[in-house]
Design a protein around this ligand. Sequence first.
Ligand code: NAD
Ligand code: WQD
Length: 350
Amino acid sequence: MISKTVLVTGGAGYIGTHTVLHLLLAGFKTVVVDNLDNSSHLAILRVKELAGEFRNNLSFHNADLRDRDALEQIFVSTKFDAVIHFAGLKAVGESVKKPLLYYNNNLTGTITLLEVMAAHGCKKLVFSSSATVYGWPKKVPCTEEFPLSAANPYGRSKLIIEEICRDVYNAEQDWKIILLRYFNPVGAHPSGYIGEDPRGVPNNLMPFVQQVAVERRPALTIFGNDYNTIDGTGVRDYIHVVDLADGHIAALLKLDESDIGCEVYNLGTGKGTSVLEMVKAFELASGKKIPLVMAGRRPGDAEIVYASTEKAERELNWKAKYGIDEMCRDQWNWASKNPYGYGSQKDSTD
Ligand code: NAD
Ligand code: WQD
């Protein structure tokens, strides 16, 4: 059993909760810092319940990463072996309207974290990057060496943080940093007890589909059916959030075993699925019909994006286990048990 202590920033969020649960079950002591800007304390309580005998290995601090004093106190009270850094704002459209909010939160939060980590001699980091840094790739599958670009301030914040991490390692080579580029995380824990609960109108495909299925929204708008793909709709690499959570454990173990420097890995399945294929799989899993409205392309969307998984398989010894049928089954299980996420109809923003 592992007896290490990990700080998880943004651990109350969608990917964070699933990862924290897996960390606890693997024997890690886990400290979460989250300002609950896009999450609920109930999610932390549910993770504790799911963790059973390991529940007391989880502690939670409601704090903003940019609050240096609060972060200092957390590092003074606990010695961390590593940090997994999820905390950040992630809505692409909002980032276009409020770039300074995104740069302030994502960049200042990360810089403050890195400074406090260095001051306390904790120099092992796993960072949540994104496939968004591949922009509209010229070919697929995307390998980690592809040229990088950003189509919006959110994506640019990820690119800049990746560069900051490379600079930090180049300056002080006792840092060990893994940048994980997630493709499209979907699904939920099979218990149906934790899952994704976005505030307001969902930006992403599957949370929107889920809200149509529970009749919170009348129809799914398909953004473009004139792409050069199997059925004209955009193709993405959807990955089960439980597989993604496991990818973080693999990354942590990698930080321990080797002189890794600053290294980047894709976390995807390597398979492309169109919007219509995904909708069909969800209809099958849920028994619900999803009404569709065809619309034009969404600005900034790429045609086809999916991952090369070779590097992660080879070096992290990690491979996604689940396909879209399991993703849709678990997403529906979560949605049907929690149609209003962690809240209730009364406090929803519909
Ligand atoms: P999420 O919004 O559910 O979780 C992020 C968490 O960070 C939230 O709980 C939020 O309250 C917290 N947070 C934000 N700013 C903070 C701050 N300044 N201080 C403290 N806490 C703060 O998002 P998620 O889907 O779980 O994504 C986690 C990470 O993965 C993010 O960095 C995101 O950009 C990245 N990512 C997500 C996806 C995706 O599609 N979900 C894809 C690629 C990368
Ligand atoms: C998937 C497909 C849409 C909604 C985004 C971010 C990326 C990463 C993951 C954080 C596309 C189509 C969607 C809808 C639709 N997040 N779609 N109707 O765009 O691949 O990536 O989330 O890092 O940075 O950009 O994911 O789920 O928004 O879209 O037709 O209501 O579904 O056009 O083809 P995307 P998505």
